[in-house]
Design a protein around this ligand. Structure first.
Ligand code: HEM
Length: 568
């Protein structure tokens, strides 16, 4: 023992800064090499974008990933396998783009610590999404992107996800009045109530002032959903997840146990600060629901507020999961949902306003939305309902169109092969080994001119126009009955292989029904109560690998409308 301490001390004494850096360099390079050797290998028959598969090419891919990932995804959508295309085009007169867009997988490079991804063609969407989770896992794919083990403190996210799928949609109608109350309060607080002067507002901060509060109305309920310490720490926690996700992507997997544990120290701090605020709420709900379930007569007429805290407790009781019924555990279960809900909606809302305000003012989009939302809200007696929100076809179209155009990730549907034997795609004959990642190409699909005419243009009424044209034809008995189904599927919550912001299939975002209500109410309240000046140009997103950096500095000029103007 004494001997080894002595050797250790000698080693430390002889270690120069140069020696230390050289050792660090060797460990890092060695870890990258081990990482590279452990990655799944894809068949040569699947065409590549990026630089290729070899050692040097992989290093170039890793460097290029930071700035080129999206270009590669787009390229993969349009690209044709050079070996097969000439033959097919000669024999079958196939169009180059059509062939690639519809039927051919390709491989896109990924970050250093992640496997390259097989981009599955649109025609294989159902194949991909119908494979059971024990073979192709959504959970493992999400965890690979977010590093759940470190970032969510080793707490599995499947229980709260299951709970959301089960409870949110069925309770949403009852939650609408509370959501409306929170939307109105949050916008008044963020956008101000002075009617005299134009105010300059940072758009990102404005959305951060609205979305976390409204979202938490259906998670922890009021008044905790308005607590600034609680909300700011949840937002900081979500920021931590995004930053650390990128960081861990760039480090070799072997170093994750060290880097991951250090990187999540801010996550721990922000989660702790948020927990301090909501612990009494969770503890009280747990106490009340336990008494209620035990048949305490004092609770005969008592009903819990609906929201995620209640649903988790209810679900844990129904499944007999005693270990879930502790305030700290319940709080940890909320975190993945807070993350799934907050930044996705903030970025979507931010893009929506930028798209609307940068559109040619002569198109009158804001007036059109103002007219529709005011008319329907008046029909509903000033209180939003499911039916009223469902009739906002133009508003819905404006949101759906922004989600189509202004994507915040080139791909939002990833699946990981967890079956030891891998999987085989019968249509093309390729085999993806254990550990492979498969994805759908959202960016290419949403910008495909064969699916969306003039795809680079923000056309707020793109979807509602189709509906209105159909309804006009229907009135005079000229509508094709098959069209009715297609038109009904143009709403923003309807996912398909052509519209992927909420993904598609059984894991499609369960929060989307809430998001649709939330964004419509926010937009309605904004245009009815504020004048907002148009902006000359849509500021662009920037990208670091797969991580979007929205134009955080974008500002708006807003002024509260005077009471007399509200009716128009
Ligand atoms: C505009 C806002 C949002 C967008 C664009 C969005 C998008 C997505 C996407 C793309 C997925 C991945 C699905 C897959 O892998 O197939 C997802 C999953 C999920 N989202 Fe959302 N989301 C949004 C808001 C929300 C909100 C507000 C909540 C909760 C209140 C929520 C809860 C979830 C949950 C629980 C999952 C996991 C589903 C599963 O794995 O089965 N999301 N979301």
């Amino acid at each position: 023992m004494i001997f080894s301490l002595g050797v250790g001390a000698q080693l430390l004494e002889s270690l120069t800064t140069g020696g230390f850096l050289a050792a660090l360099f060797l460990v890092t390079v060695g870890s990258f090499i081990i990482d590279f050797l452990c990655k799944p290998r894809y068949p040569k028959s699947i065409p590549r974008v990026g630089f290729g598969d070899g050692v040097i090419d992989s290093v170039r891919n890793w460097v290029g990933y930071v700035s080129h990932y999206n270009d590669w995804v787009f390229e993969g959508y349009e690209k044709v396998c050079p070996l097969t295309f000439p033959l097919f085009s000669l024999l079958a007169n196939f169009n180059a783009q059509q062939y690639s867009k519809h039927d051919q997988a390709c491989v896109v490079p990924s970050a250093p610590s992640r496997a390259q991804e097989i981009v599955v063609p649109r025609s294989q969407t159902s194949w991909l999404l119908e494979i059971p989770d024990r073979i192709l896992s959504t959970k493992d794919a999400h965890s690979d992107v977010l590093y759940n083990y470190y970032q969510f403190f080793g707490v599995d996210d499947q229980f709260p996800i299951r709970t959301m799928h089960k409870h949110l949609a069925r309770n949403l109608v009852a939650l609408i009045p509370g959501i409306q109350e929170e939307v109105e309060g949050a916008i008044d607080a963020t956008f101000g109530t002075g009617t005299e002067n134009w105010t300059s507002l940072n758009l990102w901060q404005a959305w951060l002032g609205i979305v976390p509060r409204v979202t938490n109305r259906i998670i922890v309920g009021a008044p905790a959903c308005r607590n600034p310490t609680f909300l700011s720490n949840l937002v900081a926690f979500a920021d931590d997840i995004v930053r650390n996700g990128f960081l861990l992507n760039m480090f070799p997997t072997m170093l994750h146990p060290i880097v991951g544990r250090l990187a999540v120290l801010p996550n721990r701090w922000h989660a702790y600060r948020a927990y301090r605020v909501c612990k009494p709420v969770i503890a009280q709900r747990l106490h009340d629901m336990t008494r209620h379930a035990a048949g305490d007569p004092a609770y005969d007429a008592w009903e819990p507020d609906e929201g995620l805290v209640t649903w988790l407790i209810r679900q844990a009781m129904a499944e007999g999961l005693q270990e879930e019924l502790k305030p700290h555990m319940l709080f940890l279960r909320l975190l993945p949902i807070e993350f799934a809900a907050i930044h996705t909606t903030v970025i979507t809302g931010h893009s929506l306003l930028l798209d609307l305000l940068a559109a040619d003012p002569a198109l009158g989009y804001l007036d059109i939305i103002r007219e529709e939302t005011s008319r329907v809200l008046a029909e509903e007696g000033g209180q939003w309902t499911k039916s009223g929100l469902g009739r906002l076809h133009r508003t819905d179209s404006a949101i759906r169109e922004s989600m189509r155009l202004s994507f915040f990730a080139a791909a939002l549907t990833h699946r990981k092969v967890v079956a030891k034997e891998g999987i085989t795609n019968a249509a093309e004959g390729w085999h993806a080994p254990y550990g492979s990642t498969l994805m759908l190409n959202l960016a290419g699909t949403h910008h495909d001119a064969d699916l969306y005419e003039d795809p680079e243009r923000y056309d707020a009424l793109r979807f509602s126009r189709l509906r209105e044209e159909f309804e006009a034809r229907e009135k005079v008995g000229m509508a094709d009955p098959d069209e009715a189904m297609r038109v009904r599927r143009l709403g923003m919550v309807t996912t398909s292989d052509e519209f992927l912001p909420f993904s598609h299939g059984r894991h499609a975002c369960p929060g989307r029904f809430f998001v649709a209500h939330e964004l419509k109410m926010i937009l309605a309240y904004l245009v009815q109560n504020y004048d907002i000046q148009p902006i000359p140009e849509r500021p662009k997103n920037m990208w670091m690998g797969q991580t979007v950096i929205p134009p955080l500095g974008a500002t708006l000029q807003v002024r509260r409308r005077k009471a007399a103007a509200l009716a128009t």
